[in-house]
Write a protein that binds this ligand. Structure first.
Ligand code: ZN
Length: 130
């Protein structure tokens, strides 16, 4: 990469998630009121509206929900071709990520978490084939 990839800065709601990535732990929010899991971190539970949310460690196992191969990068940090995907976590939430090390991604294929180290000590959750 010619320059670091742009990554969101932590805020009050996402700080616990990013702190956990620095320790190699992948977390999602769990609602104490209804048990719903969600990603990305939010102020309210998207299932019941409760603000009683905590973070729990996720398994890192997922399946590909959808994917596309980008052949013309929108930013110099990204070297095409690369795969942008929606993966459905074992816990239920769907997150947007990159698939790495998969020549021919397909929907429903099992994938698991791998980390990309960021320059500031955080880690970015990416997924690869089982
Ligand atoms: Zn809830």
């Amino acid at each position: 990469m010619s320059e670091p990839r742009p990554v969101a800065e932590p805020d009050a709601i996402t700080q616990p998630f990013w702190d956990a990535t620095s320790e190699g732990r992948f977390t999602v929010q769990r609602c104490a009121a209804c048990g719903h899991h969600q990603f990305y971190p939010r102020a309210l539970c998207i299932a019941c509206g409760s603000t009683d949310l905590g973070f729990v460690e996720a398994s890192g196992r997922a399946s590909v929900y959808s994917h596309t191969t980008v052949r013309r990068a929108p930013h110099p940090a990204f070297e095409p071709p690369y795969v942008v995907a929606l993966v459905r976590l074992e816990e239920g939430p769907v997150l947007m990520t990159n698939l790495v090390g998969i020549d021919e991604p397909r929907c429903d294929m099992p994938v698991h978490l791998v980390w990309e180290d960021l320059p500031d000590g955080r880690k970015l959750p990416l997924f690869t084939g089982d």
